[in-house]
Design a protein around this ligand. Structure first.
Ligand SMILES: *[C@@H]1O[C@H](CO)[C@@H](O)[C@H](O)[C@H]1NC(C)=O
Ligand SMILES: *[C@@H]1O[C@H](CO)[C@@H](O)[C@H](O)[C@H]1NC(C)=O
Ligand SMILES: *[C@@H]1O[C@H](CO)[C@@H](O)[C@H](O)[C@H]1NC(C)=O
Ligand SMILES: *[C@@H]1O[C@H](CO)[C@@H](O)[C@H](O)[C@H]1NC(C)=O
Ligand SMILES: *[C@@H]1O[C@H](CO)[C@@H](O)[C@H](O)[C@H]1NC(C)=O
Ligand SMILES: *[C@@H]1O[C@H](CO)[C@@H](O)[C@H](O)[C@H]1NC(C)=O
Length: 522
């Protein structure tokens, strides 16, 4: 084992010395490599790297030996970095990207091949984002289903943390690759995210052009670890607090994952982000999540927009998964309804005023009692990704389709009949009756109690609840406001054609317009 390295060690310095001034340190950024996907038109893709201060760098895009475009820049002093923005390119490929550094009479050339243009999505969050295809339902068939998706390429960022914002990734687990059984099914909670992969696959089915997926997530991590100091300050997050230990834990120190796993990507042009996180905040800074989450979105958007010289849209589409159900483990999880609500900035739906251009996959009905990875890790990631991609198609690609389940638009108390009529924004399909999932807040004097409101009759878009149990003043109504509101795909209300579940909500009954934003006293 020693000999070859020894010989190599003798030879290499001699080779290097011949051209030392020109090639030392000339390289692409860590995640610019063969098989990468660059963001397509109308944005311009960013290519960057490091070199010798003052040198000229010429970046050439070629296809079939033909030069498509050339961009010239120089290596900046101090940072020793260079960057070019390509002209917008139509989706497709493969292309070759060449970068040549010229310093005096010395040239040095780097090349990457099989570069595609398409849409680049970044996927982040905690364990439910990190779960791999080998851990989900029907893993074997999902893993073998890659032949049709050879232009969906994947990259997985290594688990690293840092005290300072890094300019480049310290490490990647999986460099840009085509999907294979091995890299999609590489063990549990490592390499490629199943939600990310399936989301990209569903998108590719409709887009029919290349998709680039970047997985950068870490199990058991709170939002504070993924947030910059700036955004934590904007929400008045108290200084580093104690995080209750959960089933699995990753780093919880503030900003360390933002610094090492997100900030280094800011100079690349992206289409959008998807996010599956929140479990680690059920018992940690929970009541700040309605600020920390919108603030993270805003901060990532500003940073990526600036980092790509305006090529990544200022309000790029940001999708997320509203948390599913899980059984109480070591720590109480009664905060799940609240965190689901806070994921929407307390609106109950997205996009909304505080979360523009966002989309959400409701997962409240995708519980998995028997998951070998614990009920915190439901194995149906196909439905999660499917619902998420519907949101992306509507919000990011402008398709006219239903991407969110029904919410009441009008709430009417028919006192003499003992009914509370909910008129929904969309047609409803009552899949099954459930006499506990709707609750009303019934108050006398200064005492309020939540009582079940059994489902009575319904029509195409209206549902009547029986509220006869409340003889006093009825002030609020809520739906699916528990940790585990229903069994797998058996919540009572869905949208009939899209099969999207009605999201959980809580609303005051002040007038006929539901007061979604108001928090109801317990
Ligand atoms: C280096 O590259 C430049 C620009 O492509 C070219 O004009 C020059 O001839 C090259 N020099 C050498 C030594 O290859
Ligand atoms: C993944 O987890 C499952 C369930 O606990 C286990 O059976 C399997 O051996 C694990 N796979 C690896 C590669 O560790
Ligand atoms: C967030 O939720 C908490 C607790 O419900 C509430 O007190 C606070 O006003 C909310 N903040 C925002 C910004 O909506
Ligand atoms: C990345 O973007 C930031 C912010 O615009 C900029 O300061 C930095 O120089 C960029 N990096 C490179 C390699 O150009
Ligand atoms: C798994 O495969 C079966 C048989 O094709 C199908 O009915 C089921 O919906 C699949 N499960 C998921 C979660 O996709
Ligand atoms: C209330 O809902 C029931 C059941 O859908 C419907 O028959 C009735 O007409 C509704 N009443 C009003 C006033 O909307």
């Amino acid at each position: 084992m020693v000999a070859p390295g020894f010989v190599f060690g003798l030879v290499l310095p001699l080779l290097l010395r011949a051209d030392a001034s020109a090639d030392v340190g000339f390289r692409f950024a860590s995640y610019i490599d063969n098989h990468m996907v660059l963001q397509k038109e109308p944005a311009g893709a960013v290519i960057w790297g490091y070199g010798v201060s003052g040198a000229t760098v010429t970046v050439t895009l070629c296809q079939d030996q033909e030069t498509i475009m050339k961009k010239v820049t120089s290596v900046k002093a101090h940072s020793n970095s260079w960057m070019v923005v390509l002209d917008p390119v139509k989706p497709g490929g493969p292309y070759e990207v060449m970068a040549q550094q010229t310093l005096g009479r010395k040239n040095f050339t780097l090349r990457i091949h099989d570069v595609l243009f398409g849409d680049v999505w970044l996927c982040s969050g905690q364990s439910n984002m990190q779960m791999t295809v080998s851990q989900i339902f029907n893993a074997t068939s999902e893993l073998s289903n890659t032949a049709a998706y050879q232009s969906v390429h994947i990259l997985s960022v290594s688990l690293t943390q840092a005290q300072q914002e890094l300019e480049d990734l310290a490490k990647v687990d999986l460099q840009w690759s085509k999907p294979t059984l091995e890299n999609l099914g590489h063990g549990n909670f490592t390499y490629m995210s199943a939600v990310c992969w399936l989301f990209g696959r569903y998108l590719h089915d409709t887009l029919r052009y290349p998709v680039g997926l970047i997985s950068s997530s870490w199990a058991g991590t709170p939002i504070e670890a993924w947030s910059s100091e700036r955004s934590l300050k904007a929400c008045g997050v108290p200084r580093q607090g104690f995080m209750p230990s959960d089933l699995e834990t990753g780093p919880s120190e503030y900003s360390v994952l933002w610094n090492a796993m997100i900030h280094p990507l800011r100079n690349m042009t992206l289409k959008g982000v998807i996010w599956y996180q929140g479990e680690s905040n059920v018992n940690f800074n929970r009541d700040l999540y309605n600020c920390t989450f919108p603030a993270l979105i805003e901060d990532w958007r500003q940073t990526f927009h600036d980092g790509s010289q305006g090529q990544t849209e200022r309000f790029f589409p940001f999708g997320f998964v509203q948390l599913s159900s899980y059984l109480s483990g070591a720590t109480p999880n009664d905060g799940l309804p609240e965190i689901r609500w806070h994921q929407t900035a307390d609106f109950g739906y997205v996009p909304n005023l505080r979360m523009p251009n966002t989309f959400m996959a409701v997962a409240v009905d995708l519980c998995d009692r028997n998951s070998p990875f614990g009920s915190t890790h439901p194995r149906d990631k196909q439905t999660v990704a499917y619902r998420l991609h519907l949101g992306a198609r509507a919000v990011a690609y402008g398709a006219k389709l239903t991407f969110q389940g029904p919410l009441p638009q009008k709430i009417e108390l028919l006192g003499d009949m003992g009914l509370l009529n909910l008129t929904y924004s969309q047609p409803i399909q009552v899949q099954r009756h459930n006499n506990k999932i709707f609750e009303i807040s019934c108050c006398s004097d200064h005492q309020c109690k939540w009582l079940p409101a059994p489902m009575d009759t319904f029509s195409a878009q209206t549902l009547a609840l029986n509220v006869k149990s409340c003889h006093n003043s009825l002030v609020a109504v809520r739906y699916a406001w528990t940790t585990w509101p229903c069994e797998y795909k058996q919540c009572p209300l869905y949208h009939p054609t899209s099969a999207l579940p009605a999201p959980p909500f809580t609303a005051f009954i002040t007038n006929q317009i539901p007061g979604y934003r108001s928090k109801v006293a317990k």
